[in-house]
Design a protein around this ligand. Structure first.
Ligand SMILES: [Fe+2]
Length: 293
């Protein structure tokens, strides 16, 4: 079965299904059942009561917690297989993303004094693979799985979501080794979808501070308090390998604490947008991946 060919056809037109593709869809569904726990999470059954109750639960979690998790979305053996596919590519050709940055990932913030403590510099380091380096792998199959895109759109109350057009940024796999971390930041996109594939032996906690700012209130003093370690509103999100998490990170500051031990923390970031054709700028590509092509 040429499964990847099937996916490439389906995802070019995310939600229009013709007869030819329907036949392929059956094959695709069977294949995905081996990867995703569709009994626990019937994301392939829109219109069914179990589907709707799952969507309702996710919407409630988004409203109250700012995120939702599907624990055990990927089966344990699939996580292991995904890591085995990724590991040699990660060792051979990942980009070491190492930078000193502020919480905004910006050189300057208009209207904010450069010495303001909200602009305190923090360090981030990880090892990054782009979608073009893991073509056809399990992670890419999950990313392009049409029912997943439909399901996430439903949980986010959106008519439609699209795969990102950027051949590098659409999916990234990030590996954190001992001593490495993703420091405090706000996301640029409204929400982020992650799939944890392997946890570290220690450290690597996902910390977040819900609604630290709003679209109409940058709350610079509150940001400064968080960076000084004086914000009691900080929380920790428990994530296990195989968990799919959808996180609203635009106004919720978050970070991954320093990883400890010999096992790397490996997470896939899946990017979907409300509009087709979304790409990173050349500057963003260079900053995050060290290359623009
Ligand atoms: Fe983030």
């Amino acid at each position: 079965m040429n499964f990847h060919y099937y996916l490439s056809i389906v995802t070019r037109q995310p939600f229009s299904v013709n007869r030819e593709i329907s036949n392929r869809t059956e094959e695709g569904l069977k294949a995905m059942r081996h990867l995703i726990d569709l009994n626990k999470f019937p994301i392939d059954q829109p219109g069914h009561i179990e589907y709707q109750s799952l969507v309702d639960r996710c919407r409630r979690d988004l409203d109250t917690l700012g995120n939702y998790s599907l624990d055990g979305f990927l089966k344990p053996s699939v996580c292991e297989a995904a890591v085995n596919e990724i590991a040699p590519v990660m060792a051979r050709e990942s980009f070491t993303h190492k930078r000193s940055h502020n919480i905004y990932f910006l050189d300057e913030v208009p209207g904010l004094d450069p010495d303001h403590p909200a602009l305190k510099k923090v360090q981030t380091i990880n090892h990054t693979l782009c979608a073009d380096q893991i073509d056809g792998q399990i992670v890419m199959q999950v990313y392009e799985y049409e029912p997943l895109v439909r399901f996430i759109a439903d949980t986010m109350n959106k008519n439609e979501l699209f795969l990102m057009a950027d051949p590098l940024a659409r999916v990234n796999v990030l590996s954190y080794r001992s001593g490495e971390a993703l420091n405090w930041h706000f996301d640029r996109s409204e929400f982020t979808v992650t799939l944890l594939l392997q946890s570290a032996e220690g450290g690597g906690a996902f910390e977040y501070r819900p609604n630290l700012r709003a679209d109409d209130d940058p709350n610079y003093d509150g940001v400064a308090r968080l960076l000084e370690g004086k914000d009691p509103g900080k929380r920790v999100l428990e994530l296990k390998p195989g968990t799919l998490n959808v996180f609203r990170g635009k106004n919720t500051a978050h970070r991954l604490t320093c990883v400890e031990g010999s096992r790397d923390r490996i997470v896939a970031v899946l990017s979907y947008y409300e509009h087709a054709g979304k790409r990173f700028s050349k500057e963003e590509l260079i900053g995050f991946f060290g290359r623009a092509e």
